[in-house]
Design a protein around this ligand. Structure first.
Ligand code: BES
Ligand code: ZN
Length: 455
Protein backbone atom coordinates (compact mmCIF):
# COMPACT_ATOMS: atom_id res chain seq x y z
CA UNK A 1 0.00 0.00 0.00
CA UNK A 2 1.22 3.54 -0.72
CA UNK A 3 1.26 6.18 2.04
CA UNK A 4 -1.56 8.01 0.23
CA UNK A 5 -3.70 4.87 0.06
CA UNK A 6 -3.04 4.39 3.78
CA UNK A 7 -4.21 7.96 4.46
CA UNK A 8 -7.38 7.29 2.52
CA UNK A 9 -8.00 4.02 4.34
CA UNK A 10 -7.46 5.58 7.77
CA UNK A 11 -9.49 8.74 7.20
CA UNK A 12 -12.10 8.11 9.88
CA UNK A 13 -9.55 6.83 12.41
CA UNK A 14 -7.40 9.90 11.82
CA UNK A 15 -10.40 12.14 12.37
CA UNK A 16 -11.31 10.27 15.53
CA UNK A 17 -7.77 10.65 16.91
CA UNK A 18 -7.71 14.35 16.06
CA UNK A 19 -11.04 14.78 17.87
CA UNK A 20 -9.60 13.12 20.97
CA UNK A 21 -6.64 15.54 20.85
CA UNK A 22 -8.99 18.51 20.39
CA UNK A 23 -11.11 17.46 23.37
CA UNK A 24 -8.39 18.27 25.91
CA UNK A 25 -8.96 21.85 27.13
CA UNK A 26 -5.25 22.73 27.05
CA UNK A 27 -5.49 26.46 27.74
CA UNK A 28 -1.96 27.42 28.83
CA UNK A 29 -3.04 30.87 30.02
CA UNK A 30 -5.07 29.40 32.89
CA UNK A 31 -3.69 27.42 35.82
CA UNK A 32 -7.02 25.60 36.26
CA UNK A 33 -6.13 23.54 33.17
CA UNK A 34 -2.89 22.04 34.55
CA UNK A 35 -4.45 18.58 34.75
CA UNK A 36 -5.90 18.72 31.24
CA UNK A 37 -2.51 19.83 29.95
CA UNK A 38 -0.74 16.94 31.68
CA UNK A 39 -3.36 14.49 30.35
CA UNK A 40 -2.95 15.79 26.81
CA UNK A 41 0.84 15.48 27.00
CA UNK A 42 0.46 11.87 28.21
CA UNK A 43 -1.97 11.08 25.41
CA UNK A 44 0.44 12.51 22.83
CA UNK A 45 3.34 10.55 24.25
CA UNK A 46 1.32 7.36 23.97
CA UNK A 47 0.08 8.19 20.52
CA UNK A 48 3.61 8.87 19.29
CA UNK A 49 4.76 5.56 20.79
CA UNK A 50 1.95 3.71 18.99
CA UNK A 51 3.07 5.37 15.77
CA UNK A 52 6.55 3.92 16.20
CA UNK A 53 8.39 6.73 17.93
CA UNK A 54 10.47 6.55 21.08
CA UNK A 55 8.59 9.15 23.08
CA UNK A 56 9.16 10.89 26.37
CA UNK A 57 7.75 13.68 28.50
CA UNK A 58 10.06 16.33 29.90
CA UNK A 59 8.72 18.19 32.90
CA UNK A 60 9.46 21.93 33.06
CA UNK A 61 8.68 24.66 35.58
CA UNK A 62 5.59 25.18 33.48
CA UNK A 63 3.87 22.75 31.12
CA UNK A 64 5.38 19.44 30.00
CA UNK A 65 7.25 19.09 26.72
CA UNK A 66 6.56 16.02 24.60
CA UNK A 67 9.62 14.77 22.76
CA UNK A 68 9.79 11.82 20.39
CA UNK A 69 12.35 10.34 18.09
CA UNK A 70 12.47 7.98 15.10
CA UNK A 71 16.05 7.19 14.28
CA UNK A 72 16.84 5.48 10.99
CA UNK A 73 20.51 6.00 10.11
CA UNK A 74 23.50 8.19 10.81
CA UNK A 75 23.98 9.30 7.22
CA UNK A 76 20.41 10.54 6.76
CA UNK A 77 19.27 14.11 7.40
CA UNK A 78 17.49 14.70 10.71
CA UNK A 79 14.26 16.68 10.68
CA UNK A 80 12.96 18.34 13.85
CA UNK A 81 9.20 18.84 13.78
CA UNK A 82 7.83 21.44 16.18
CA UNK A 83 4.25 22.06 17.27
CA UNK A 84 2.25 23.21 20.29
CA UNK A 85 -0.55 21.35 22.01
CA UNK A 86 -1.65 24.33 24.12
CA UNK A 87 -4.40 26.63 22.91
CA UNK A 88 -5.71 30.16 23.48
CA UNK A 89 -8.53 30.78 25.98
CA UNK A 90 -11.85 30.04 24.24
CA UNK A 91 -13.80 32.96 25.75
CA UNK A 92 -16.29 34.48 25.03
CA UNK A 93 -18.03 31.10 25.23
CA UNK A 94 -21.50 32.35 24.30
CA UNK A 95 -20.28 33.16 20.79
CA UNK A 96 -19.35 29.55 19.99
CA UNK A 97 -21.93 27.69 17.88
CA UNK A 98 -20.74 24.41 19.44
CA UNK A 99 -18.61 24.06 22.59
CA UNK A 100 -14.87 24.72 21.96
CA UNK A 101 -13.70 21.36 23.30
CA UNK A 102 -16.42 19.24 21.70
CA UNK A 103 -15.07 19.00 18.15
CA UNK A 104 -17.58 18.82 15.35
CA UNK A 105 -17.47 18.79 11.55
CA UNK A 106 -19.81 21.34 9.99
CA UNK A 107 -19.93 22.41 6.34
CA UNK A 108 -16.51 21.03 5.52
CA UNK A 109 -14.79 22.44 8.60
CA UNK A 110 -13.55 20.85 11.82
CA UNK A 111 -14.68 23.21 14.59
CA UNK A 112 -12.85 23.34 17.94
CA UNK A 113 -10.37 25.50 19.84
CA UNK A 114 -6.97 24.38 18.55
CA UNK A 115 -8.39 22.82 15.35
CA UNK A 116 -6.03 24.97 13.29
CA UNK A 117 -3.78 26.56 15.96
CA UNK A 118 -2.03 24.24 16.33
CA UNK A 119 -3.30 20.74 17.11
CA UNK A 120 -4.80 20.04 13.69
CA UNK A 121 -1.65 21.25 11.95
CA UNK A 122 1.05 19.35 13.83
CA UNK A 123 -1.23 16.32 13.87
CA UNK A 124 -1.34 16.43 10.06
CA UNK A 125 2.47 16.26 10.06
CA UNK A 126 2.38 13.32 12.46
CA UNK A 127 -0.28 11.46 10.48
CA UNK A 128 1.70 11.95 7.27
CA UNK A 129 4.75 10.40 8.93
CA UNK A 130 2.59 7.58 10.31
CA UNK A 131 1.41 6.78 6.78
CA UNK A 132 5.04 6.43 5.66
CA UNK A 133 6.07 4.37 8.69
CA UNK A 134 3.13 1.99 8.43
CA UNK A 135 3.42 1.41 4.68
CA UNK A 136 7.21 1.34 4.19
CA UNK A 137 8.23 0.07 7.60
CA UNK A 138 10.51 3.06 8.15
CA UNK A 139 11.17 6.71 7.30
CA UNK A 140 13.53 8.14 4.66
CA UNK A 141 14.93 10.64 7.20
CA UNK A 142 15.54 10.69 10.96
CA UNK A 143 12.70 12.45 12.74
CA UNK A 144 12.46 14.26 16.06
CA UNK A 145 9.18 15.67 17.33
CA UNK A 146 9.03 18.50 19.85
CA UNK A 147 5.55 19.47 21.00
CA UNK A 148 5.34 22.12 23.68
CA UNK A 149 2.48 23.29 25.89
CA UNK A 150 3.26 26.99 26.36
CA UNK A 151 3.45 28.56 22.91
CA UNK A 152 0.31 30.61 23.48
CA UNK A 153 1.87 31.87 26.72
CA UNK A 154 5.20 33.04 25.27
CA UNK A 155 6.99 29.63 25.37
CA UNK A 156 8.57 30.71 28.65
CA UNK A 157 10.17 27.39 29.57
CA UNK A 158 11.20 26.17 26.13
CA UNK A 159 14.34 28.29 25.53
CA UNK A 160 16.05 27.00 28.72
CA UNK A 161 15.09 23.43 27.69
CA UNK A 162 16.65 23.99 24.27
CA UNK A 163 19.84 25.41 25.78
CA UNK A 164 20.12 22.39 28.08
CA UNK A 165 19.33 19.78 25.42
CA UNK A 166 21.29 20.86 22.36
CA UNK A 167 22.43 17.33 21.57
CA UNK A 168 18.98 15.83 21.94
CA UNK A 169 17.59 18.41 19.54
CA UNK A 170 20.42 18.31 17.01
CA UNK A 171 18.89 18.38 13.53
CA UNK A 172 19.48 19.63 10.00
CA UNK A 173 16.19 21.42 9.52
CA UNK A 174 13.08 22.33 11.52
CA UNK A 175 9.59 21.85 10.09
CA UNK A 176 6.68 23.81 11.56
CA UNK A 177 3.04 23.81 10.55
CA UNK A 178 1.56 26.63 12.64
CA UNK A 179 0.91 29.29 10.02
CA UNK A 180 -1.58 29.85 7.21
CA UNK A 181 -1.75 29.53 3.46
CA UNK A 182 -2.04 32.77 1.49
CA UNK A 183 -5.67 31.93 0.67
CA UNK A 184 -7.80 29.01 -0.51
CA UNK A 185 -6.19 29.07 -3.97
CA UNK A 186 -2.60 29.56 -2.82
CA UNK A 187 -0.74 27.20 -0.52
CA UNK A 188 2.30 28.96 0.91
CA UNK A 189 5.66 28.79 2.57
CA UNK A 190 6.19 31.55 5.13
CA UNK A 191 9.56 33.29 5.14
CA UNK A 192 9.02 35.72 8.00
CA UNK A 193 7.10 36.13 11.24
CA UNK A 194 6.74 39.17 13.44
CA UNK A 195 8.15 39.17 16.95
CA UNK A 196 6.30 40.23 20.06
CA UNK A 197 6.75 42.22 23.28
CA UNK A 198 4.15 42.20 26.05
CA UNK A 199 3.40 44.36 29.07
CA UNK A 200 0.60 44.67 31.58
CA UNK A 201 -0.17 48.16 32.82
CA UNK A 202 -1.76 49.02 36.18
CA UNK A 203 -3.06 52.47 37.04
CA UNK A 204 -3.75 52.98 40.75
CA UNK A 205 -5.84 55.88 42.03
CA UNK A 206 -7.59 56.17 45.41
CA UNK A 207 -7.08 53.40 47.97
CA UNK A 208 -10.72 52.32 47.57
CA UNK A 209 -13.60 52.81 45.11
CA UNK A 210 -15.19 56.19 45.85
CA UNK A 211 -18.66 57.68 45.39
CA UNK A 212 -18.40 59.49 42.08
CA UNK A 213 -20.67 62.24 43.35
CA UNK A 214 -18.95 62.74 46.65
CA UNK A 215 -15.42 62.71 45.23
CA UNK A 216 -15.78 63.19 41.46
CA UNK A 217 -13.96 66.24 40.17
CA UNK A 218 -11.18 66.25 42.71
CA UNK A 219 -9.88 62.70 42.28
CA UNK A 220 -8.18 61.32 39.16
CA UNK A 221 -10.20 58.43 37.70
CA UNK A 222 -7.82 55.53 36.85
CA UNK A 223 -10.06 54.29 34.02
CA UNK A 224 -10.29 57.74 32.41
CA UNK A 225 -6.57 58.19 32.84
CA UNK A 226 -5.60 54.77 31.48
CA UNK A 227 -7.82 55.35 28.44
CA UNK A 228 -6.12 58.70 27.90
CA UNK A 229 -2.72 57.03 28.10
CA UNK A 230 -3.76 54.32 25.67
CA UNK A 231 -4.99 57.10 23.39
CA UNK A 232 -1.46 58.49 23.30
CA UNK A 233 0.17 55.26 22.12
CA UNK A 234 -0.35 56.36 18.50
CA UNK A 235 -0.13 59.76 16.86
CA UNK A 236 -2.68 61.10 14.37
CA UNK A 237 -0.86 59.61 11.38
CA UNK A 238 -1.08 56.10 12.85
CA UNK A 239 2.57 55.93 13.95
CA UNK A 240 3.43 54.61 17.39
CA UNK A 241 4.25 57.59 19.62
CA UNK A 242 6.58 55.82 22.08
CA UNK A 243 9.94 57.64 21.85
CA UNK A 244 12.60 55.53 20.11
CA UNK A 245 10.11 52.78 19.19
CA UNK A 246 11.23 52.67 15.55
CA UNK A 247 14.97 52.99 16.25
CA UNK A 248 15.89 49.38 15.31
CA UNK A 249 12.92 48.75 13.02
CA UNK A 250 14.17 47.40 9.70
CA UNK A 251 12.39 48.90 6.67
CA UNK A 252 10.58 46.52 4.32
CA UNK A 253 13.17 45.65 1.67
CA UNK A 254 12.55 46.30 -2.03
CA UNK A 255 12.79 42.53 -2.62
CA UNK A 256 10.01 41.86 -0.09
CA UNK A 257 7.89 44.67 -1.53
CA UNK A 258 8.29 43.12 -4.98
CA UNK A 259 7.40 39.68 -3.61
CA UNK A 260 4.24 41.09 -1.99
CA UNK A 261 3.18 42.76 -5.25
CA UNK A 262 2.99 39.31 -6.86
CA UNK A 263 0.35 38.16 -4.35
CA UNK A 264 -3.28 38.67 -5.34
CA UNK A 265 -4.23 40.64 -2.24
CA UNK A 266 -7.80 41.92 -2.28
CA UNK A 267 -8.43 44.71 0.24
CA UNK A 268 -12.17 44.94 -0.39
CA UNK A 269 -12.60 41.22 0.29
CA UNK A 270 -10.40 41.49 3.37
CA UNK A 271 -12.48 44.33 4.81
CA UNK A 272 -15.72 42.50 4.17
CA UNK A 273 -14.50 39.22 5.70
CA UNK A 274 -13.61 40.84 9.02
CA UNK A 275 -16.59 43.18 9.03
CA UNK A 276 -14.93 46.59 9.37
CA UNK A 277 -16.29 49.77 7.76
CA UNK A 278 -12.82 51.06 6.79
CA UNK A 279 -9.18 50.09 7.03
CA UNK A 280 -6.85 51.68 9.53
CA UNK A 281 -3.20 52.36 10.22
CA UNK A 282 0.00 53.94 9.04
CA UNK A 283 0.07 55.97 5.87
CA UNK A 284 2.13 54.88 2.85
CA UNK A 285 1.88 51.15 3.50
CA UNK A 286 -0.39 48.60 1.88
CA UNK A 287 -2.60 46.49 4.13
CA UNK A 288 -0.44 43.45 3.53
CA UNK A 289 2.70 45.41 4.40
CA UNK A 290 1.05 46.72 7.57
CA UNK A 291 0.15 43.27 8.86
CA UNK A 292 3.43 41.57 8.03
CA UNK A 293 6.24 44.12 7.82
CA UNK A 294 5.39 46.88 10.27
CA UNK A 295 5.36 46.94 14.08
CA UNK A 296 2.17 47.43 16.11
CA UNK A 297 0.99 48.36 19.59
CA UNK A 298 -2.40 46.94 20.60
CA UNK A 299 -4.42 46.64 23.78
CA UNK A 300 -5.60 43.04 24.15
CA UNK A 301 -7.94 43.75 27.02
CA UNK A 302 -8.75 46.56 29.45
CA UNK A 303 -10.33 46.31 32.87
CA UNK A 304 -11.57 48.64 35.53
CA UNK A 305 -14.60 49.73 37.47
CA UNK A 306 -18.12 48.37 37.39
CA UNK A 307 -19.58 46.68 34.32
CA UNK A 308 -22.27 44.51 35.94
CA UNK A 309 -26.01 44.85 35.62
CA UNK A 310 -27.54 48.24 36.38
CA UNK A 311 -25.84 51.33 37.81
CA UNK A 312 -22.95 51.82 40.18
CA UNK A 313 -21.65 55.36 40.49
CA UNK A 314 -18.02 55.11 41.45
CA UNK A 315 -14.56 56.33 40.76
CA UNK A 316 -12.77 52.99 40.51
CA UNK A 317 -9.65 52.62 42.56
CA UNK A 318 -7.71 51.06 39.69
CA UNK A 319 -7.61 50.15 36.02
CA UNK A 320 -5.38 47.84 34.03
CA UNK A 321 -4.71 46.62 30.54
CA UNK A 322 -2.62 44.11 28.64
CA UNK A 323 -0.66 45.38 25.67
CA UNK A 324 1.24 43.46 23.01
CA UNK A 325 3.50 45.00 20.42
CA UNK A 326 4.34 43.11 17.24
CA UNK A 327 7.95 43.56 16.25
CA UNK A 328 9.81 43.41 12.95
CA UNK A 329 13.50 42.60 12.45
CA UNK A 330 15.81 44.01 14.31
CA UNK A 331 13.65 45.31 17.19
CA UNK A 332 14.49 43.97 20.64
CA UNK A 333 11.62 42.92 22.94
CA UNK A 334 13.25 43.96 26.24
CA UNK A 335 14.25 47.33 24.86
CA UNK A 336 10.70 47.91 23.57
CA UNK A 337 9.24 46.93 26.97
CA UNK A 338 11.58 49.43 28.68
CA UNK A 339 10.57 52.15 26.23
CA UNK A 340 6.82 51.71 26.69
CA UNK A 341 7.23 51.64 30.48
CA UNK A 342 9.18 54.87 30.45
CA UNK A 343 6.68 56.54 28.13
CA UNK A 344 3.58 55.49 30.09
CA UNK A 345 5.09 56.69 33.35
CA UNK A 346 6.06 59.95 31.73
CA UNK A 347 2.61 60.71 30.30
CA UNK A 348 0.65 59.65 33.42
CA UNK A 349 -0.67 62.53 35.53
CA UNK A 350 0.59 62.89 39.10
CA UNK A 351 -2.84 61.93 40.48
CA UNK A 352 -2.21 58.19 39.85
CA UNK A 353 0.54 55.63 40.33
CA UNK A 354 1.51 53.51 37.31
CA UNK A 355 3.03 50.05 37.42
CA UNK A 356 4.20 48.20 34.29
CA UNK A 357 4.87 44.45 34.39
CA UNK A 358 7.18 43.60 31.54
CA UNK A 359 6.82 40.11 30.10
CA UNK A 360 9.46 40.46 27.39
CA UNK A 361 8.82 38.50 24.23
CA UNK A 362 10.50 37.20 21.12
CA UNK A 363 12.33 38.74 18.20
CA UNK A 364 10.97 38.65 14.66
CA UNK A 365 12.33 35.97 12.34
CA UNK A 366 13.24 35.75 8.72
CA UNK A 367 14.06 32.32 7.28
CA UNK A 368 15.82 31.59 3.97
CA UNK A 369 13.77 32.19 0.85
CA UNK A 370 15.67 29.76 -1.29
CA UNK A 371 17.93 26.72 -1.07
CA UNK A 372 17.44 22.96 -1.19
CA UNK A 373 15.25 22.64 1.94
CA UNK A 374 12.83 25.19 0.67
CA UNK A 375 12.72 23.55 -2.75
CA UNK A 376 11.98 20.22 -1.06
CA UNK A 377 9.10 21.78 0.89
CA UNK A 378 7.82 23.31 -2.36
CA UNK A 379 7.78 19.90 -4.05
CA UNK A 380 5.94 18.30 -1.12
CA UNK A 381 3.31 21.06 -1.17
CA UNK A 382 2.91 20.59 -4.91
CA UNK A 383 2.20 16.91 -4.27
CA UNK A 384 -0.18 17.54 -1.33
CA UNK A 385 -2.04 20.59 -2.63
CA UNK A 386 -1.61 20.15 -6.40
CA UNK A 387 -0.11 23.65 -6.63
CA UNK A 388 3.24 25.35 -6.19
CA UNK A 389 3.39 27.41 -3.00
CA UNK A 390 3.68 31.20 -2.95
CA UNK A 391 6.08 32.90 -0.52
CA UNK A 392 4.53 34.97 2.20
CA UNK A 393 5.34 36.80 5.43
CA UNK A 394 2.94 36.62 8.33
CA UNK A 395 2.09 38.94 11.17
CA UNK A 396 1.77 36.37 13.96
CA UNK A 397 4.62 35.10 16.13
CA UNK A 398 6.10 31.72 16.99
CA UNK A 399 8.53 32.66 19.76
CA UNK A 400 10.76 29.60 19.52
CA UNK A 401 11.73 29.92 15.85
CA UNK A 402 14.42 32.50 16.62
CA UNK A 403 15.83 30.17 19.34
CA UNK A 404 16.10 27.31 16.86
CA UNK A 405 18.16 29.64 14.70
CA UNK A 406 20.26 31.37 17.34
CA UNK A 407 20.76 28.57 19.89
CA UNK A 408 20.77 25.48 17.68
CA UNK A 409 21.79 27.09 14.38
CA UNK A 410 18.89 25.46 12.52
CA UNK A 411 16.61 27.15 9.98
CA UNK A 412 12.89 26.48 9.96
CA UNK A 413 10.55 25.56 7.15
CA UNK A 414 7.21 27.23 7.91
CA UNK A 415 4.72 25.12 6.02
CA UNK A 416 1.28 26.25 7.13
CA UNK A 417 -1.96 24.45 6.28
CA UNK A 418 -4.42 26.93 7.86
CA UNK A 419 -6.42 29.77 6.34
CA UNK A 420 -6.64 33.38 7.49
CA UNK A 421 -10.38 32.94 8.09
CA UNK A 422 -9.99 29.92 10.38
CA UNK A 423 -10.83 32.14 13.39
CA UNK A 424 -7.68 31.36 15.37
CA UNK A 425 -7.70 33.05 18.82
CA UNK A 426 -11.40 33.80 18.21
CA UNK A 427 -14.69 31.98 18.80
CA UNK A 428 -15.58 29.21 16.33
CA UNK A 429 -12.00 28.31 15.45
CA UNK A 430 -12.03 25.89 12.56
CA UNK A 431 -9.83 23.97 10.14
CA UNK A 432 -10.97 22.98 6.67
CA UNK A 433 -11.24 19.22 6.24
CA UNK A 434 -9.58 19.54 2.81
CA UNK A 435 -6.70 21.50 4.32
CA UNK A 436 -6.22 18.81 6.97
CA UNK A 437 -6.28 16.09 4.30
CA UNK A 438 -3.93 17.96 1.93
CA UNK A 439 -1.74 18.72 4.93
CA UNK A 440 -1.50 15.00 5.76
CA UNK A 441 -0.60 14.26 2.13
CA UNK A 442 2.04 16.99 2.07
CA UNK A 443 3.39 15.60 5.31
CA UNK A 444 3.63 12.10 3.83
CA UNK A 445 5.51 13.45 0.80
CA UNK A 446 7.81 15.79 2.74
CA UNK A 447 10.26 13.28 4.29
CA UNK A 448 10.97 11.79 0.83
CA UNK A 449 11.68 15.25 -0.57
CA UNK A 450 13.81 16.24 2.43
CA UNK A 451 15.76 12.99 2.05
CA UNK A 452 16.89 14.19 -1.40
CA UNK A 453 18.73 17.09 0.24
CA UNK A 454 22.34 16.13 0.80
CA UNK A 455 23.52 16.40 4.36
N1 BES B 1 -0.06 29.99 15.12
C1 BES B 1 0.19 31.22 15.75
C2 BES B 1 1.15 32.11 15.01
C3 BES B 1 0.63 32.68 13.74
C4 BES B 1 -0.59 33.30 13.68
C5 BES B 1 1.40 32.63 12.63
C6 BES B 1 -1.06 33.81 12.50
C7 BES B 1 0.96 33.15 11.44
C8 BES B 1 -0.29 33.74 11.37
C9 BES B 1 0.77 30.99 17.15
O1 BES B 1 0.23 29.89 17.79
C10 BES B 1 0.45 32.20 17.99
O2 BES B 1 -0.65 32.64 18.02
N2 BES B 1 1.43 32.70 18.69
C11 BES B 1 1.25 33.77 19.62
C12 BES B 1 2.51 33.90 20.40
C13 BES B 1 2.43 34.85 21.57
C14 BES B 1 1.43 34.43 22.60
C15 BES B 1 3.78 34.99 22.20
C16 BES B 1 0.88 35.05 18.91
O3 BES B 1 1.37 35.33 17.80
O4 BES B 1 0.07 35.80 19.45
ZN1 ZN C 1 -1.94 30.93 18.37
Amino acid sequence: MTPFAYLKKTESKRRKDLFTLLSFPTVSAKSEHKKDIAACAEWLKKHLAETGFKSKIYATKGNPIVFAEYFVGKNLPTVLYYGHYDVQPPEPLNLWKTPPFKPQVRAGYIHARGACDDKGQFFAQLKGLEAVIKTTGSLPVNVKFLIEGEEESHSTNLPPFIRKNKKLLKADIVVISDTAQFDKQHPAVTFGLRGIASVEVFVYGPAMDLHSGGFGGAVGNPVNILCGMVGQLHDKSGKIAIPGFYKDCKPISPWVKKQFKKLPYNEAKYKKAIGIPALHGEKNYTTYEKVTGRPTCDVNGITGGYQGEGAKTIIPSMASCKITMRLVPDMKPDDICDKIEKYLKQIAPKSVRVKVNKHGGAKAVEVPVDGPWLEAAGRAIKIGFGKEPVFIKEGGSIPIVIEFKETLGIDSLLVGFGQNDDNIHSPNERFRVVDFERGCKTAAALPFELAKVRK
